[in-house]
Design a protein around this ligand. Sequence first.
Ligand SMILES: Cc1ncc(COP(=O)(O)O)c(C=O)c1O
Length: 388
Amino acid sequence: MQRIYLDNGATSYPKAPLVGDAVKHFIENVGSNVNRSGYALTQTAEEIVFATREEIGHLFNFAQSENVIFTLNVTYALNFLVQGILQPGDHCIVSSMEHNAVMRPLMQLRERGVEFSRVPCDKKGRLRPQDLYKYIRTNTKLVVMTHASNVCGTILPVEEVGKICADNKLIFVVDVAQTAGILPIDYKKIKAHALAFTGHKGLLGPQGVGGFLLEDSIASTMCTLISGGTGSLSEYEEQPPYLPDKFEAGTLNLPGIYGLHAALKYINKVGIDYIREKEMHLAKMLLAGLGNIRGVRVVGLMGIQGRTAVISVDFKGYDNADVAYRLDKYYGIKTRCGLHCAPSAHRTLGTFPQGTVRFSPSHFNTEKEIKITLSALHKALKDLGGTG
Ligand SMILES: Cc1ncc(COP(=O)(O)O)c(C=O)c1O
């Protein structure tokens, strides 16, 4: 059976060309660690790790490559930032569209005396930046926000929020899991203090590598979540205070970084504009087709302005899980059904607890695949007793 992969919001498939080759090359021909031994292969690996930090910096208009920290994924990155910045007695502000990668660390911190407030977004996932003012307190230290919803694709106004944070001396952390590699992201324009990214979604790299970049002023006052060997300052039992070593204890995922390096080179070559245009063209087709099917409620924005290509659908009168199951079993169409690790976003959108079926194309999908998906959806709904 054909495979039509529309689950890029979860993880991208296929990966960028040459990602697999780069991972294989590291495993079969390089194999050495970085920062630990002095032979030539170590230096080759060190060069690729450094070049990858530079590519990430270039992508986000961030000049300090040594302040690009690698972790396993954005969940780890957000945990480093949120748990490293907030101390008992501090207050944090988030939007009501956050992923559990933000909410769960905050719930954990609440046990330790950290408070947080949720700025409500509207039923389409939009945030009014000025609403932030209602939640700023004397002990507010941090604002954490996703750049775009992983449930319905709505883009949050991070530049306006960044300005409010700067005016009120608040630290601003942005989760770019759903936008890196897909939207142009300018660290300076956003006025963020840190960005957290993951390598396996829009960055088209392998799973197991992500990270964050941050300003010196934040890094120096932040404690690290994990400490241990770095291959540097080995005579001391304390963690090195400088970057990236302060936050990179233990051996890095070097095969993953080689893969991510290849992916970033690809993104650079084809350009974010091309990727965005192609994705939004497919999203437009999908949205138009979905609008013509009875029983389909697209959750969030119906047009392509202000959103990414992540599209969530609630099938009124059907069990969403049945629809997703049929699409996969009979037509090979891969979507993601449920709450997408973002119960707060679903509550905001009015789709809790039933969740939605999420279609998330990438620029590797084709018009033909979207047409097949829409026709399969008509058939699947008919088979489930609807009029299709
Ligand atoms: C907005 C957002 N934040 C965080 C995450 C967590 O990503 P990862 O599993 O790569 O840590 C995701 C992915 O589902 C996401 O969409």
